[in-house]
Design a protein around this ligand. Structure first.
Ligand SMILES: [Zn+2]
Length: 86
């Protein structure tokens, strides 16, 4: 995603949009790291590195990959990668 490099799934971090019941909840949609690759729903993949993550955020790649029309809250993923996002 972000950097458009290719890699095997096992090397990538999967993130999913957290849903609220059967809907999308109230915006912004929260993105969660899916460490076991088991959470339901559409996922986006990126390298678990700050650089790849920042690139994805700048390009709004998460919203595109997850087909979201609303703002996304990436702070949970940022924290997972050891970054701070406001
Ligand atoms: Zn990457």
């Amino acid at each position: 995603m972000g950097c458009r490099g290719t890699d095997s799934w096992s090397a990538l971090l999967r993130v999913v949009a957290a849903t609220d019941g059967d809907g999308w909840g109230t915006p912004p949609v929260t993105l969660c790291p899916d460490l076991r690759h088991r959470m339901p729903g559409r996922g986006a993949w990126l390298h678990p590195t700050p650089g790849c993550f920042e690139l994805a955020v700048r390009r709004k790649a998460f919203g595109r990959a997850l087909r979201l029309q609303v703002a996304v809250d990436v702070s949970a993923v940022a924290r997972h990668l050891g970054l701070q996002h406001e």
